[in-house]
Design a protein around this ligand. Structure first.
Ligand SMILES: Cc1cn([C@H]2C[C@H](O)[C@@H](COP(=O)(O)OP(=O)(O)O[C@H]3O[C@@H](C)C(=O)[C@@H](O)[C@H]3O)O2)c(=O)[nH]c1=O
Length: 179
């Protein structure tokens, strides 16, 4: 696999090695030993999540507060998303900056989003299946977020049609509330 650190320290792009043959293809979607070596830190994923979304959905921007903060390893099984990670680590040189990348069933690319990041994605294709591993359990009392269209963050979600949001995501606060 090829691992590339983004301009946000600790946030990595992972491109698995794809083995193609006359049947189709094969790849290791996660290998604990290789993964820890590649990112240079111990990681213990304890929860796997999967969501299905129509085209034009934005699920964002989410995180959990300590002691339930989560690092995530995200990927697309079917369809295509624009995945977004925002650095909100206090004191970070890239605080408030975001990285976005297209993840799809074609490129099989994954993104490792460390603790201390807001995370979200928009679905560019209909019937998109998004899957991710988390290194801490879900706890609804520690969920936090920022509204997807915050003016300071100014994220281009690459959606032209109508945006579909959850009621919860419509009510998320502005980024300045995090300060
Ligand atoms: C995230 C999550 C949700 N749920 C439940 C709560 C709710 O009833 C239902 C749907 O939850 P949500 O609306 O929060 O799902 P969703 O908007 O897909 O939330 C996810 O968005 C992406 C971008 C992330 O990064 C994730 O960490 C998570 O926040 O599933 C769990 O039981 N466990 C979980 O781990």
């Amino acid at each position: 696999m090829k691992v590339t650190e983004t301009f946000l320290k600790g946030c990595f792009i992972i491109e698995p090695l794809i083995y193609k043959d006359n049947r189709g293809c094969f790849f290791e979607s996660f290998n604990h030993q290789k993964f820890e070596k590649a990112i240079g830190q111990k990681i213990n994923f304890v929860q796997d999540n999967q969501s299905f979304s129509k085209k034009g959905v934005i699920r964002a921007l989410h995180m959990q507060r300590e002691p339930y903060a989560q690092a995530k390893l995200v990927r697309v099984i079917k369809g295509r998303v624009l995945d977004v990670a925002v650095d909100v680590r206090k004191g970070s040189l890239t605080y408030g900056k975001y990285f976005s990348i297209e993840l799809s069933e074609e490129n099989n690319t994954q993104l490792f989003v460390p603790k201390g990041f807001l995370h979200g994605f928009s679905t560019i294709e209909d019937n998109t299946i998004f899957a991710y591993k988390c290194d801490n359990y879900y706890n609804k009392d520690f969920e936090y977020g920022v509204i997807y269209n915050d003016k300071d963050l100014n994220i281009d979600w690459k959606i032209d049609d109508d945006i579909i949001l959850s009621d919860k995501d419509k009510e998320l606060p502005l980024f300045e509330m995090l300060l």
